[in-house]
Design a protein around this ligand. Structure first.
Ligand code: FES
Length: 60
C-alpha cells in the first residue's frame, strides 16, 4: 500500500492523500472522500478506484 499514484487526474489527488483522508476521518463512501479531498467530484471516472481504496482500508 505504499505505492503512490494519481487516482483522480481531474483534481490531481494521489492515492496517499485519499488513504490519509479515509483513515483520519473514518470515511465510508466515495461521496465522503469527495467532500474531503475533492477526488471524484468532476468527471467521476476515478470513483471506482476510490471505492477500491475504501474497501482495502475498511476491510471488505
Ligand atoms: S478523474 Fe477524478 S473526477 Fe475525473
Amino acid at each position: 500500500m505504499d505505492d503512490d499514484k494519481m487516482i483522480c487526474t481531474c483534481m490531481e489527488v494521489y492515492k496517499s492523500t485519499i488513504v490519509k483522508a479515509i483513515k483520519e476521518n473514518g470515511l465510508k463512501t466515495v461521496e465522503e472522500v469527495g467532500q474531503i479531498t475533492e477526488a471524484g467530484t468532476v468527471c467521476g471516472q476515478c470513483q471506482d478506484e476510490i471505492q477500491i481504496i475504501l474497501d482495502e482500508i475498511n476491510g471488505k
